[in-house]
Design a protein around this ligand. Structure first.
Ligand code: FAD
Ligand code: DHB
Length: 392
């Protein structure tokens, strides 16, 4: 098989790049290890930046989001007895969109079907040919599919295969540097067919730890509580989850909130991670294959989208304007924004969680930071600018 771009991974990064290429007349094949149903069963992010929305528009997959997504103009931060509302629209003129990653992925697969974009599911033992990494020869990707070993020859490889995929490992260890921060807790999350506790998201720092009230629709809520990494979802009954959540959020919200059975429950660890560079020869990493953020601030999926923006712009310059140097700047341009989203996610995580070593001094600092946010407009503006998404 032959194509211009071989995209490894059919998650949101790979699919978005695939559809943008499709619209621009650049030939691409997507290889996905799992089934489509499996990819669509994963409940993950829920808040999209304006830049991501614009990319979905460019990929011609925005129609359903326009009617079913919820624009949010602000968010609430609570600290014990204090509440601060940060107004995105007032400070940035922009907002974010509440629309689940699952729905984005579903729309991207539907668009791929319509435009007859090629996706191979259940591929296994993906191997990136050395030729891909050395320069002049075309790149190759080989894999098992339907019991046969197959090879794709291509100009470039997009490694969109998530944190555990093979693309990052294909860069020799001596040629990459990895930066990592592992946090000593996780997020226990549930999805429940109940009315959201509040019309905007609430990020809460309480003496029992962090909690987040989020949503997917008017009848579908998403909630998280900070939990020990040793806990398993089955250790938590629904009743125990609701009781814990209510203790961590403002009491006026807790008293009025609707509860019900969970339809999904999972624990995610928190980690910050960046691989530098994000390119090696003809291989380009994008999304979780190159970096992870702790979820506080909803930057994971959105940073994957900004990588795709930079990569797609470089590919367009390469194929439409014959600018052979554009791809050479990809890693530097993407990383400049990646580190700013790492910083913001690190800041929000530190501000809102109770760490094992949070002592009374640290608590006073957290309180002072929230009071600063509450009283200083420029502090709210800084948070708003980062939350709605830094410019590409
Ligand atoms: P992925 O979504 O990981 O997609 C990678 C794809 O590559 C997958 O479909 C995988 O099956 C495929 N793949 C892997 N290996 C191979 C292979 N060998 N061959 C072919 N295909 C392969 N972000 C937020 O902002 N908010 C959240 O609440 C949030 N929750 C999260 C919860 C969990 C459990 C996880 C793991 C992530 C969460 N994130 C969240 C982060 C966000 O979901 C990711 O940043 C986003 O999914 C990145 O998209 P991606 O396409 O780069 O990677
Ligand atoms: C959601 C997840 C986040 O990490 C976040 O900061 C906001 C919302 C969510 O899943 O809805």
């Amino acid at each position: 098989m032959k194509t211009q771009i071989c995209i490894i991974g059919g998650g949101p990064s790979g699919l978005l790049l695939g559809q943008l290429c499709q619209q621009a007349g650049i030939d691409a094949i997507v290889l996905e290890r799992r089934t489509r149903d499996h990819v669509l069963s994963r409940i993950r992010a829920g808040v999209l930046e304006q830049g991501f929305i614009d990319l979905l528009d460019e990929a011609k997959v925005k129609t359903r989001m326009d009617t079913e997504g919820y624009p949010h103009d602000g968010t609430v931060i609570s600290f014990e007895d204090m509440e601060v509302r940060v107004d995105f629209r007032k400070h940035t003129g922009s907002s974010v969109m509440v629309y689940g990653q699952t729905e984005v992925t579903r729309d991207l697969y539907a668009a791929r079907d319509e435009t007859e974009g090629k996706t191979l599911f259940e591929v296994d033992e993906v191997e990136i040919g050395n030729a891909a990494l050395n320069g002049d020869e075309p790149a190759t990707v080989s894999f098992l599919h339907q019991g046969e070993r197959k090879t794709i020859t291509c100009d470039y490889i997009a490694g969109c295969d998530g944190f555990h995929g093979p693309s990052r490992q294909a860069i020799p260890a001596a040629k990459r540097r990895e930066f990592e921060r592992v946090y000593p807790f996780g997020w226990l999350g549930i999805l429940s067919e109940t009315k959201p506790a509040h019309h905007e998201l609430i990020y809460a720092n309480s003496e029992r730890g962090f909690a987040l009230c989020s949503m997917r629709r008017e009848d579908l809520s998403r909630y998280y509580v900070q939990a020990p990494l040793t806990d398993r979802p089955e250790d938590w009954s629904d009743d125990a989850f609701w009781a814990e959540l209510k203790r961590r959020i403002p009491s006026r919200i807790a008293e009025a909130m609707e509860t019900g059975p969970s339809i999904e429950k999972s624990i995610a660890p928190l980690r910050g991670f960046v691989c530098e560079p994000m390119q090696y020869g003809r291989l380009f990493l994008a999304g979780d294959s190159a970096h992870i953020v702790p979820p506080t601030g909803a930057k994971g999926l959105n940073t994957a989208a900004s990588d795709i923006h930079y990569l797609f712009e470089a590919l367009k310059a390469r194929y439409q304007e014959r600018d052979m140097d554009a791809l050479g700047n990809y890693s530097e341009r993407a990383l400049a924004r990646v580190w700013k989203t790492q910083r913001f996610s690190w800041w929000m995580t530190k501000l809102l969680h109770r760490f094992p070593d949070t002592d009374p001094y640290e608590l006073r600092i957290q309180r002072a930071e929230i009071e600063h946010l509450a009283s200083i407009e420029s502090a709210q503006k800084t948070m708003a600018v980062n939350y709605v998404g830094l410019p590409y």
